[in-house]
Design a protein around this ligand. Structure first.
Ligand SMILES: [Zn+2]
Length: 366
């Protein structure tokens, strides 16, 4: 049962959570664009640039299909490699300020290849790698890329994406894995079995969005299918709550789940925070992590997700530490960095102690 010690009652919990070292494992680069950043991109590219008001209006929606359209409208204003460098810089600055010490970020080559054929993927990689290295130097934050295909664009387009990821991995070792996102019904996981086997053989780690928008009837089958094609982490897994066998297997195998609380509410995939299975998964011994998905599009960020989860589901700070440790444990980092970050999480005592623990990265301390 949730409990709170008397010592915790005197702690500034949001501040404690801000400095708790943590990893973000489910974040879409194109989904980190704030309305302010979008206005700047629009100023660069549109003959009639968006006002801030119009940009903000784009982020208001209440269902999954509309969300996908919004996502497209935003990503259409990413036109040059320099734009990608610009948004990666902004994303990493923002993550560092939330106490994020490691991030695994989806970049949708599926969208790039289909809608931006004028952009060479290598130029984009060079640009975002410059931003990654700067942030590693300036904030001590590490980042791995997960190359994302759009599942409803079909298997052939995904094949192009994943084969290119396997090829470019030699030049960009920060490419750690692959994933499929988008409309699950239009691109069921089972269709990607062969491609996932191929990607695994090429040394790529496997993730899949599953059981997000598919609901209680079809959702569990999508998660089973994601496991069957070898997905090592499941994005969302909201529908697992409707299948007790699935819950048991996820717990037994300790399959990391990339949960996205606010995202699920804002896209309408889950009716309310109260009905979200996050706490139930935790109590059931599932390996859960907190993530933010497309934070500005949902009016949230990772720190806010930690604050919300703690408050709504009455997690103790020790349990929040466990969730942060899960996020490091479930990452695709090499063992040495993983152990170092896990030690930081374990030793974290609060703001002063964390700042004193050199190597945590130069977080922007308020
Ligand atoms: Zn996602």
């Amino acid at each position: 049962m949730p409990h709170r010690s008397s010592a915790e009652s005197s702690i500034d919990i949001p501040r404690w959570l801000r400095h708790l070292p943590k990893a973000e494992l489910h974040l879409h680069l194109e989904g980190t664009i704030t309305p302010e950043t979008l206005v700047e991109l629009s100023r660069r590219h549109d003959t009639q640039p968006l006002t801030l008001e119009a940009a903000r209006a784009l982020y208001v929606y209440d269902d999954f299909q509309h969300f996908l359209l919004t996502f497209k409208a935003v990503s259409e204003r990413l036109r040059t490699a320099g734009d990608f460098e610009f948004i990666t810089d902004a994303m990493l600055r923002d993550l560092a300020a939330q106490g994020v010490v490691h991030a695994e970020v989806y970049i949708s080559w599926g969208i790039l290849l289909r809608f931006k054929p004028q952009l060479a993927i290598r130029d984009v990689m060079d640009a975002i790698e410059r931003a990654r290295l700067r942030a590693e130097r300036d904030y001590g934050i590490s980042l791995l890329w997960i190359i994302d295909a759009v599942r409803h664009f079909g298997v052939e387009e995904a094949a192009t994406v994943f084969r290119l990821a396997a090829e470019l991995r030699a030049d960009y070792p920060s490419i750690a894995g692959i994933g499929i996102g988008g409309d699950e019904t239009g691109g069921p996981a089972r269709d990607f079995q062969q491609l996932y086997a191929e990607a695994r053989a090429a040394g790529l780690r496997l993730t899949a969005h599953a059981g997000e928008s598919t609901g209680p009837v079809n959702g569990p089958a999508e998660i089973w299918a994601a496991l069957n094609i070898g997905a090592e982490r499941i994005g969302h897994a909201l529908a697992a709550q409707h299948d007790t066998d699935l819950l048991r297997v996820l717990a037994e195998r300790q399959v990391p789940l990339e949960l996205n609380l606010t995202s699920n509410i804002r896209t309408g995939c889950c009716p309310s925070y109260e009905q979200h299975p996050l706490r139930e998964y935790f109590e059931g011994g599932l390996m859960i992590t907190l993530n933010s998905d497309d934070p500005p599009m949902f009016g949230s960020n990772l720190l806010n997700e930690y604050v919300l989860a703690q408050r709504l589901f009455e997690f103790s700070l020790e349990q929040m530490r466990e969730l942060a440790a899960n996020s490091i444990e479930a990452s695709f980092l090499p063992a040495a960095r993983k152990l170092k970050l896990l030690a930081l999480v374990e030793q974290y005592e609060g703001v002063e102690e964390s700042v004193a623990a050199a190597g945590a990265g130069a977080r922007s301390t308020p």
